[in-house]
Design a protein around this ligand. Structure first.
Ligand code: DX5
Ligand code: ZN
Length: 218
């Protein structure tokens, strides 16, 4: 599953950029939301989801890199979001949030940063659709993949197999032509990629196809 992150897209023609990756075979669109508190950057909000919604039938996955995710869910649902990924770091007990998102009829993912022990997510694997192992510290596109991530992905996949084999394992950050195979072999099944798709001279179409082939070949 390839999930292009529109953080690296050309915002002057966002609709076109989303339609292009859908036509190329991307599986979902990853929307990176930053609040300037949980991460040291600002990005986009529900208005962006509303803007791109008419341009694609693909699921819109909202990655909430924010301190208080509950405040924003409603606006994103109204704008056309299909799933949410929230960070374990800001949720001492993520269960109420998981239930809130499910109550809205949306899929739910839990993300965790490179410095959080993977075991911390174990108690919740049964209750989520997706676990997102950050492979960079979130906040900016274009950072290099942290090599220690590979072992963390493998550990996460093994834990998910024990508790909830249907749980998707997503990776986000520095996923490109060089790292996607390694992440796939470790057990990741959903690959977020921003710069490796939207900043390639060969164009987004070729990049999606190439990345999908590399993920499938493992
Ligand atoms: C990290 C974001 C990522 C980011 C990935 O802050 O959550 O989704 O856009 O960008 P690349 O693929 O360029 O590392
Ligand atoms: Zn993301």
């Amino acid at each position: 599953m390839i999930a292009p992150s529109i953080l690296s897209a050309d915002f002057g023609r966002l609709g076109e950029q989303v339609a292009e990756v859908e036509a190329a075979g991307a599986n979902r669109i990853h929307v990176d939301v930053m609040d300037g508190h949980f991460v040291p950057n600002l990005s986009m909000g529900a208005i962006t989801v509303k803007g791109i919604r008419p341009f694609t039938k693909l699921p819109l996955e909202v990655h909430l890199m924010v301190e208080d995710p509950g405040r924003f869910l409603d606006g994103f649902v109204k704008a056309g979001a299909d799933s949410f990924i929230v960070h374990l770091e800001v949720l001492p007990d993520p269960r109420p949030m998981i239930e809130q998102i499910r109550g809205m009829g949306k899929k739910v993912g839990l993300a965790f940063n490179p410095d959080l022990a993977v075991e911390k997510i174990e108690p919740y694997l049964r209750d989520i659709d997706l676990a997102l192992c950050m492979t960079v510290f979130p906040g900016f596109g274009g950072q290099p993949y942290i090599p220690e991530s590979t072992g963390r992905i493998a550990k996460l996949r093994a834990m998910a197999n024990a508790h909830n084999p249907a749980c998707e394992i997503e990776v986000d950050g520095g996923i490109d032509e060089k790292t996607i195979g390694e992440a796939a072999r470790a057990g990741a099944s959903v690959f977020v990629a921003g710069s490796a798709i939207y900043s390639r001279a060969s164009g987004a179409t070729a990049a999606v196809k190439h990345m999908a082939a590399l993920a499938a070949a493992k």
